[in-house]
Design a protein around this ligand. Structure first.
Ligand code: SF4
Length: 202
């Protein structure tokens, strides 16, 4: 497993690309997943995620995957589970203080990040791990959040256009012309009233 983990870090750029594609696919599937119910697909997706990521990254299913920010080196493999860089005890040759047979995950993280397109993300401070998310699918959570953000952005754009429409009409009427009401609507005082309204008022 350790060798595969090192392989993933050496090919972090390719895995970054694959991760991006998987995320895009899941975001595109959001309408289907919403219809089925995210709770229903949580277990099978989490199982697939666990199998794939355990083999490739020695994943511990923390539920808040940060591989894209850590050069594809899982920080949960650090014996101290540090999420924001190495402790002060890294041995010569970048070996771990607690497990001298393995390299410090943060030394590997910097190595992997240096090969990635968005490797600079490693400089961002990561939030502490939320233990209540342990075991859940990070793929589903992230793609669901992204899909919701896209929906909100789309809705905001629609609202902005709708608000801009009356303004555009004032400045340049031909860009947003008003449909003229029929002449009869102004002449016939009963035209807007419901059928029964005439009798009730009489
Ligand atoms: S950061 Fe969490 S979800 Fe990502 S590989 Fe490590 S344990 Fe698994």
């Amino acid at each position: 497993m350790y060798r595969v983990r090192l392989f993933a870090i050496r090919h972090s750029r390719s895995f970054e690309w694959i991760y991006h594609r998987v995320e895009q696919a899941l975001v595109a599937l959001d309408p289907v997943l919403s219809r089925i119910g995210y709770q229903r697909v949580e277990r099978p997706v989490a199982l697939v995620e666990k199998v794939v990521k355990s083999v490739l990254f020695d994943c511990k299913m923390c539920g808040q995957c940060v591989l894209s920010s850590t050069g594809m080196s899982c920080p949960m493999n650090c014996p101290k589970q540090l999420r924001n860089g190495p402790c002060g005890g890294v041995r010569p040759g970048a070996y771990c203080e607690v497990k001298p047979e393995m390299k410090c995950v943060w030394s590997l993280a910097w190595d992997g990040a240096s090969r990635m397109k968005n490797g600079a993300q490693i400089a961002e401070v990561l939030p502490p791990v939320e233990r209540n998310l342990e075991g859940s699918s990070s793929w589903l959570r992230v793609s669901r959040e992204k899909a919701a953000q896209l929906r909100e952005a789309h809705e905001a754009r629609r609202t902005t256009i709708a608000k801009a429409f009356p303004g555009a009409r004032k400045v340049e009427p031909s860009t947003a012309p008003l449909v003229e009401e029929p002449e009869a609507a102004h002449l016939d005082p009963t035209i807007d009233r419901p059928a029964g309204a005439k009798g009730g008022q009489g």
